[in-house]
Design a protein around this ligand. Sequence first.
Ligand code: CA
Length: 228
Amino acid sequence: MNQFNRILVVEDEPKVASFVKRGLEENGFSCEIASDGLMGKRMFNAGSYDLIILDLNLPYKNGIELCKEIRVSDQKVPVLMLTALGTTEDKLTGFESGADDYLVKPFEFRELLARIRSLLKRILVAETGGNILTLLDLEVNLSTYEVTRDGKTIELTQKEFALLVYLLRNKGKVVSRMEIAENVWDINFDTGTNIIDVYVNFLRKKMDKDFSQKLIHTQTGVGYILKA
Ligand code: CA
């Protein structure tokens, strides 16, 4: 999943910091640690991060101040507050300073991971205007033209991509070769729709062949259907 993978962790407790760093790296993220608020600010200014994890009580500059400063220059980067303080008032202060989520210590790593993934997904959806089509483990991003199955990137030509998007927009419904020809190739032809079969086969090789669950199905005499 990692088009988003640089995470800055601002945390002064070495044990927590290394626990978080190890877990994130095991899950494919790259992670850098700042051990106090000033260092966090410097690293934030110097680097480009996809998500910030901020402890609340930090030397030199606390998490609330740092979060407010981050928000002055960047309104979008997701900020997750990590803290031992868990009263409602603390949470509200965190949210008011611009944090997107809040996790109280002690926490389980998988809880942190779930929050991170959800924050990153929210950003992705916002950036693409929700332009992601999915079916089972297939994901097609209409903004970046990225196609993945089970997280693995699938390289498609422009025509294959257009064909896949058409099938995906009609998922669960049989589409005829004629319909495909008109909508994907923008041409009318009664005969010679052989090209459709050729392209469907290209697509099958790239996105179905290596997976046990096939998504493209032939409806004999009619056309094709994309379904799980
Ligand atoms: Ca602390």
